[in-house]
Unconditional design. Structure first.
Lengths: 175, 116, 160
């Protein structure tokens, strides 16, 4: 499937709409569900942008994250009735200023879309000939950049240990 | 350029949720949205017009593949970052459950008013 | 025990679909260096299959198939196995050196240590995320006289 700019912009607009709804909605359930729609549109975008590996991961991660968040919401707290007040308006104004500046001076920061300079990636793209591994992404993750993957495995291990420690029963002082 | 502006809009939406909202679930949703925006920015920066996925199949000659494939480096970074996001969401959900057990609410204002 | 979890229709469909999800996850892990996939995708898919069982059948059924203690051990084993593969590279000079024979392109046993690393990463991600979600599902808030309390659900069932 070929990608053209209008299709990309429409999908990204839908995703931005999902993000805005999930932040502004009063009901926590609808907030979490619209976050899920944004994530599923993101996986379609990954597929169109030439990253099928990441599209698979994103679909399944999104579903599992949705289940975790929906099971966290309790019956007593279905709605978010707090108001942001003056603080929120001030934050919005500052962000609007940032966005306005980026709109006019962004061209100097980033290269035009679709014309990247591939420097390190060109070396990794030779992996089919070098390692006999046709999937260049897996070869990059597990061979050329093994250090990064080791560090990320450590982060996941730490996060899971954090979950176990936070939700343990034995050895808590206040019980 | 409009693509990057939309990504920036998404990023600021999530950041607004983190800064200005008082509900813990909303803050977790905001963190997730910031993660989406940054992942998408990485992939957009590596995309090449009419590029193909960086996975060689048997009917593609290798020279054409090296010339046409998109950058695999941002994809490798994003692949691990997504899974880390999931573990982080589980961690934040555990924190939210602990706070709810202690104070009976998800609202940061009420938690601040109650004495810990 | 029988009326736990969701309705009979959901249970039947979950029973049919679960082996195929496991098969899909395993094929994603094993063919990760040839087709789209790899340890991260396959591990998350395997976790998704176990979450389906958790939702359809309840906790006790899943913990009989895969106890949390064994999943914790598998998590650590995956991380240590990946580190061991990295350290094996020192036999030929450097960290993460790919020392196994490369084989032929598009064959399953090719690309040296990448397939072993994929299996280890898949094991680590699948069991680690399963542990996180299992611990989260065991956390249940109950109402007592003093207010809201937190208790591990297995213990409450034994008490009753």
């Amino acid at each position: 499937m070929t990608l053209n700019l209008p299709l990309l912009v429409v999908l990204m607009l839908l995703m931005t709409g999902g993000c805005v709804i999930s932040i502004t909605a009063r009901s926590l359930t609808s907030s979490v569900v619209s976050m899920g729609t944004a994530g599923l549109i993101l996986s379609i975008l990954f597929l169109l942008l030439g990253a099928p590996d990441i599209a698979i991961v994103q679909v399944f991660v999104e579903i599992v994250a949705l289940i975790v968040l929906l099971s966290t919401i309790r019956r007593e707290t279905r709605a978010d009735m707090s108001s942001s007040g003056l603080y929120g308006v001030l934050t919005l104004l500052i962000f609007a200023l940032f966005l306005f500046v980026f709109m006019f001076h962004g061209n100097e920061i980033v290269r035009p879309f679709g014309q990247p300079v591939i420097t390190m990636g060109a070396k990794y793209l030779a992996s089919p000939a070098l390692l006999n591994a046709p999937n260049a992404v897996t070869a990059t993750v597990l061979d050329f950049r093994g250090y990064d993957t080791l560090g990320e495995a450590t982060i996941i291990f730490t996060a899971i240990a954090g979950v176990i420690v936070l939700l343990r029963i034995k050895g808590r002082k206040d019980e | 350029m409009i693509v990057y502006i939309l990504v920036a809009l998404m990023f600021f939406t999530g950041l607004y949720g983190i800064i200005a909202k008082k509900n813990i679930i909303k803050i977790i949703v905001g963190i997730n949205i910031v993660g989406y925006a940054s992942n998408l920015l990485f992939i957009l920066l590596g995309y090449k017009w009419e590029g193909i996925a960086p996975i060689l199949t048997e009917d593609i000659p290798i020279n054409y593949f090296v010339e046409k494939a998109v950058d695999p480096l941002p994809q490798a970074l994003v692949l691990t970052s997504i899974v880390i996001d999931l573990a982080f969401v589980a961690f934040l959900a555990a924190l939210a459950i602990r706070l709810f057990e202690r104070y009976g609410t998800f609202d940061m204002d009420k938690i601040r008013r109650l004495k810990g | 025990m029988n009326n736990k979890g969701m309705s009979e229709i959901v249970k039947g469909i979950a029973r049919i679909v679960f082996p195929f999800i496991l098969l899909y996850g395993l094929s994603l892990i094993l063919y990760g260096h040839i087709t789209p996939g790899g340890g991260f995708s396959g591990g998350v898919v395997l976790t998704g299959g176990f979450v389906l069982l958790l939702l359809a059948f309840g906790k006790d059924y899943v913990f009989r198939i895969l106890p949390v203690d064994i999943a914790k051990a598998l998590d650590s084993a995956g991380a240590l196995g990946f580190l061991a593969i990295a350290l094996l590279g020192f036999l030929c000079g450097s960290f993460f050196y790919n020392l196994l024979p490369k084989g032929y392109i598009f064959h399953l046993w090719s690309a040296g240590t990448i397939i072993l690393s994929n299996i280890m990463i898949g094991l680590k991600i699948a069991s680690g995320l399963f542990v996180a979600i299992a611990v989260l599902s065991m956390a249940r808030l109950i109402h007592t006289k003093e207010g809201i309390k937190y208790k591990q659900s297995r213990k409450t069932e034994e008490d009753q």
